[in-house]
Design a protein around this ligand. Structure first.
Ligand code: APR
Ligand code: PHB
Length: 390
């Protein structure tokens, strides 16, 4: 098979790029290792920057998001027994975020790909990238015992953190920047009315907690846990109890509990691979960078990569202008690092770090006090949360 753009990975990054390119008549194929059901089974965050929501509309997949998603004009930070609001709309001159689960967004993208005959090959085994430093890169994969080949102009590595694309770049051509945090998040999804109509981050001496939601009937809660904890250690009852302990009393009293639909532990990690281009391979999304979920930048950073890649591909195929492709890595990374900074800042401000000195604890507390005492500090937090310009 021959195509213009070969995309490895059918997560949100690969699907969104594929959809945008198809709408402009740029031929592309997605090779996805798993089934569609598997991809849709993963529960991830659900906070979309306003610029990402606009990109979804441009990709003609914004209809259900606009109908079922919620626009949030602010979020809360609870600490020291009080709860303070960050007024996103007021602080940014009218911007907000869209609450719409990644699972729903991925489903919409799959349906849109199907509707316009997008080529998504599922269960593609042993995907391998070849000749990526040449003008004629190609992909191979297996379906059963049969090996297939896709010749492309460009390959997009959108196959997530554990994918094969980043690993295909020679070790001496890529630099890794990484930080792992000494804790994880235990998350619970439950069919209950969320305790807070807007997302609420909580700092508590027993550890961080987060009250989020997928809709006004579906809650998503998290608590910080040691990396040694296992999901089996946490009964639903123990989870609710610990969550309530970490919230201000009046909010804890209002938590509506129920059986968990999904319960999992995710470690927290910051990771960036540089550059995001090697020859004719372009990395995008989790394949190139990971953030801790505090601040909800993960999916949004993937979307900004796709924004730059899409425009670069358009300029190449429609105007013969390669400047966007040349600048991709540098442009994408400039924004990626700002998202890294914001996630790192929020993570550091709100979590309990077992090894922090008394001095560091004092600074952490001062960070919060400064935030809520300065309109400038609040405006900075808000402009990052709604999403910096592309
Ligand atoms: N071959 C083909 N497909 C692969 C391979 C491989 N070797 N390895 C992984 N994949 C597929 C995965 O099955 C997955 O569907 O690539 C896809 C990558 O999707 P994600 O991990 O979701 O990454 P991405 O699309 O960049 O999404 C951005 O933002 O909120 C964060 O982590 C969250 O997934 C989210 C990400
Ligand atoms: C979520 O709803 O899963 C969520 C929300 C905000 C975050 C992280 C995760 O910062």
């Amino acid at each position: 098979m021959k195509t213009q753009v070969g995309i490895v990975g059918g997560g949100p990054s690969g699907l969104l790029l594929s959809q945008l390119l198809d709408l402009k008549g740029i031929d592309n194929v997605i090779l996805e290792k798993h089934t569609r059901e598997y991809v849709l089974g993963r529960i991830r965050a659900g906070v979309l920057e306003h610029g990402f929501a606009a990109l979804m509309r441009e990709a003609e997949v914004g209809e259900r998001m606009d109908k079922e998603g919620e626009i949030h004009d602010g979020f809360y930070i609870a600490h020291d027994g009080i709860c303070e609001r960050v007024d996103l709309k007021g602080l940014t001159g009218g911007n907000s975020v869209m609450i719409y689960g990644q699972t729903e967004l991925t489903r919409d993208l799959y349906e849109a790909r199907e509707k316009i005959g997008g080529k998504v090959i599922h269960n593609a085994d042993d995907v391998a990238l070849h000749d990526i430093s040449t003008e004629k890169p190609y992909l191979t994969y297996k379906v059963g015992d049969e090996e297939k080949r896709v010749d492309c102009d460009y390959i997009i590595g959108a196959d997530g953190f554990h994918g094969v694309s980043r690993q295909s770049i020679p070790k001496d051509a890529i630099r890794i920047f990484e930080q792992v945090y000494p804790f994880g998040w235990l998350g619970v999804l439950s069919h209950t009315k969320p305790v807070s109509p807007e997302i609420l981050y909580a700092k508590h001496p027993r550890g961080f907690a987060l009250c989020s939601l997928r809709s006004q009937a579906m809650s998503r809660y998290y608590i910080q846990v040691p990396l040694t904890d296992k999901v089996e250690d946490w009964s639903d009852e123990a989870f609710w109890q610990e969550l309530k302990t970490r919230l201000p009393g009046d909010i804890a009293d209002k938590v509506i509990t129920g059986p968990s639909i999904e319960k999992s532990i995710a470690p927290l990690r910051s990771f960036v691979a540089e550059p995001m281009r090697f020859g004719n391979l372009f990395l995008a999304g989790d394949a190139a960078h990971i953030v801790p979920p505090t601040g909800a930048r993960g999916l949004n950073s993937a979307a900004s990569d796709i924004y730059y890649l899409y425009h670069a591909m358009l300029a190449h195929y429609k105007q013969g202008d390669d400047s966007g492709l040349e600048a991709y890595s540098q442009k994408a990374l400039a924004r990626v690092w700002k998202a890294q900074r914001f996630s790192w800042w929020m993570t550091n401000m709100l979590h309990e770090f077992p090894d922090n000195s008394e001095y560091e604890k004092h600074l952490q507390q001062t960070e919060l006090e400064y935030l809520f005492s300065s309109q400038n500090a609040l405006a900075s937090a808000a402009e990052n949360y709604v999403g910096l310009p592309f």
